[in-house]
Design a protein around this ligand. Structure first.
Ligand code: PLP
Length: 373
């Protein structure tokens, strides 16, 4: 069997063990400790101090806390990007709120501003109320249409939760993803651009929001030590060991982004001139970290065929995210669609995109694609 090529495997850089050893030496084997605050400071300086970071045990937990901080309640409507991984939406269900799905625009593959505005108008006409939040996603690292979505959100006074789980290091008009919403989140799951083996961060705009998020993530203890609680909290804090890995990983993030972008370029140069293969192109002023390179084939059959050839050669790929409005769990949900996310799902294949991928791996993948279409 040929060497396995993974879609987006963890990529350790050698700095991680030092921080883990520090944690062991000082016995901070707990969801408290100096590497948690250290990692938060690392994230904040990566974002040029335009956000406050709260280290948590998953990106999903971060979205849940953002909804909590926005005071989303059972029965509230929340507008969600239709094309995403289901983790963007599950916290809306945890709250007992109602997700309403908005399809994508063709350019960024993220939420379509035209549909977004139509949906808000339609909800106003139907329920007499505007939805309580908008969850936008930066698919495969591509920023969303920030100017238009901001214009609409401020027109109707609806807060934005920016799901930057895939977009750490991406930029829109030179502004960091992770700073482009009322709240933002990162994921450090094993497959993301940097990993803590499992973890995430909530990014807030003020220090007091951060303080409230830390309080909620640590069981909402009003006073230290004597078990007074005036609110229901969560056990969502990151472990000091995970934060140790994160501290090592973030040192190398520029290089990881460079490598992922180079992967994209390599695929693009080898395949873009083939008829009926399309790429996710960066619009002007968008800068994607190119977390995953996803390419579109002529049709679903061709995509399936290429995926199975790659699989037979021990190469992992994934279909592009299946939109929420056709998920069994959301079969009764309201959605505003234009066919874009369903088309991207049917024709899209995510190619191995890790920052440890080698040129031989890329060539092996490209050759199989070329011979199987
Ligand atoms: C990975 C991911 C999440 C969830 O992050 P976890 O850390 O795995 O909970 C949320 N949204 C998107 C778009 C993701 O890709």
């Amino acid at each position: 069997m040929k060497k396995r090529i993974w879609l987006s495997p963890p990529h350790m850089t050698g700095h991680e063990l030092k921080h883990i050893n520090d944690a062991f030496a000082s016995n901070w084997i707990a969801p408290v400790g100096p590497n948690i605050t250290g990692f938060e400071e690392d994230i904040e300086s990566f974002l040029n101090h335009e956000s406050y970071a709260v280290a948590l045990n998953s990106g999903t937990a971060a979205i849940h806390l953002a909804l909590e901080l926005l005071n989303i309640k059972a029965g509230d409507e929340v507008l969600c990007q239709n094309k995403t991984f289901i983790a963007s939406v599950n916290p809306v269900i945890y709250k007992g709120a109602t997700p309403i799905f908005i399809d994508s625009e063709k350019s960024s593959w993220n939420i379509c501003p035209i549909l977004l505005e139509q949906a808000i108008e339609d909800r106003l006409a139907t329920t007499g109320k505007t939805p309580k939040a908008i969850i936008v996603v930066e698919i495969y690292g591509m920023p969303y249409n920030v100017d238009e979505v901001y214009r609409i959100a401020s027109k109707y006074d609806i807060p934005i939760i920016e799901d930057s789980a895939e977009a750490m290091g991406s930029k829109y008009k030179n502004l960091h993803c992770g700073t482009l919403g009322n709240y933002s989140i990162f994921s450090f799951n094993g497959n993301k651009i940097i990993t803590t083996s499992g973890g995430g961060a909530l990014l807030t705009r003020t220090a007091s929001q951060k303080q409230e998020a830390v309080y909620l993530s640590t069981q909402a203890s009003d006073t230290k030590g004597n078990f007074e609680h005036s609110r229901i909290g969560f056990n969502y804090r990151m472990s000091n060991i995970s934060a140790s890995i994160g501290r090592g990983q973030i040192k190398d993030i520029d290089n990881k982004i460079f490598k992922r972008r180079a992967n994209f370029e390599y695929y693009y140069n080898a395949l873009a001139n083939i008829k009926d293969i399309e790429f996710q192109i960066e619009p002007a002023n968008y800068y994607s970290n190119r977390w995953l390179t996803c390419i579109l084939f002529k049709d679903e059959e061709t995509r399936n065929n290429v995926a199975s050839h790659l699989n037979n050669e021990n190469i992992e790929t994934k279909y592009s995210w299946k939109p929420m409005h056709i998920q069994t769990v959301f079969k009764n949900a309201i959605s505003y669609t234009n066919g874009v996310s369903e088309d991207l799902y049917k024709r899209g294949l995510c190619l191995p995109s890790g920052s440890s991928l080698e040129i031989e791996d890329l060539n092996r993948i490209i050759n199989i694609i070329k011979t199987s279409i």
